[in-house]
Design a protein around this ligand. Structure first.
Ligand code: LHQ
Length: 255
């Protein structure tokens, strides 16, 4: 078993667990992770998914000692890495990538794939691909330019330099940095805050914003209007309004 699963207070944590190899991936492990993410969405108790790594690494990308021959690389990537990245992007629950340590190659792009990215102060990040004469995959050619702009993205890919957490935060590769000493606890507390927010509203927000990345303004506005109509129907909406008018804290998820 590569992916460990723990559940607490609405937060399902998926931990990549091959610490001695910095949680390097094989195609089988990528499929196991994709399946765990998909099952997490189907789990009615899970409100937020957290992806993290055991030990000092988040994920060192593809296991270079188990690359196999060339085979049908395109088809294999489509069936494994692409399934995983699409599962994260298209699923109905917030996914937090909690980058506890080094994230390299496909591991770096997995780190970028979450809806929210939080890093440990010990996290490091490298688009390692060009050092083995490959191009960024696992969505990096899509997500990295969107995160940092084309020119910086190209530089990161071309030089494969290792960034620390301070640089990652400055560049917009993550939203928050937590101290390495308390990282797991801070991540859990942070994810619980998200889990306490109205689930359906976050689902619809994710859908609108993810789709919005590739839509024209007119299309995005139309989608917003359609999804807002759905949000209006949700008991959490009435609860939020009632709580405001009654000057009390809203309790979501009980309708
Ligand atoms: C590893 C790995 C690793 C195996 C560390 N594999 N053992 C590619 C092909 C096909 C299709 C799909 O997509 C891809 C995408 C990719 O991801 S390509 C990019 C693959 N990743 C890399 O090129 C990164 C390689 N690793 C490194 O550059 C360094 O290990 C980093 C910068 C991640 C960490 O450096 P250090 O902190 O100095 O640790 P280390 O190098 O000493 O690694 C610790 C151990 O982990 C070591 O094993 P050992 O038995 O000697 O203690 C490494 O061999 C092993 N390891 N990454 N990807």
């Amino acid at each position: 078993m590569f992916v460990l699963q723990t559940f607490k207070n609405g937060v399902l944590t998926l931990t990549l667990n091959r610490p001695e190899k910095l949680n390097a991936l094989t195609f089988e492990r990528v499929l196991e992770l994709a399946q765990a993410v998909e099952e997490g969405y189907a789990n009615p108790h899970a409100r937020v998914l957290v992806l993290t790594g055991a030990g000092r690494g988040f994920c060192a990308g593809q296991d270079l000692s188990a690359m196999g021959g060339p085979g049908n690389v395109e088809e294999t990537i489509q069936k494994t890495y692409n399934r995983l990245i699409l599962a994260i992007a298209n699923g109905d629950k917030p996914v937090v990538t909690a980058v506890n340590g080094i994230a390299a190659g496909a591991g770096a792009n997995l780190a970028l794939a979450g809806d929210i990215r939080v890093w440990s102060s010990a996290a490091r990040f490298t688009e390692a691909f060009s050092s083995i004469a490959l191009i960024p995959d696992a969505g990096g050619t899509w997500s990295l330019p969107r995160a940092v702009g084309y020119h910086k993205a190209f530089e990161l890919a071309a030089l494969a330099e290792v960034l620390d957490a301070k640089m990652g935060l400055e560049l917009g590769l993550c939203e928050r940095v937590f101290a390495a000493e308390n990282f797991a606890l801070e991540v859990q507390a942070y994810a619980e805050k998200i889990a306490a927010r109205p689930a359906n509203a976050l689902t619809l927000t994710k859908r609108a914003m993810r789709r919005g990345q590739t839509l024209r303004l007119e299309e995005s506005l139309a989608l917003e209007a359609r999804l807002q109509a759905q949000a209006f129907e949700d008991p959490d909406h009435s609860e939020g309004v009632a709580a405001f008018l009654e000057k009390r804290v809203a309790v979501f998820g009980s309708g």
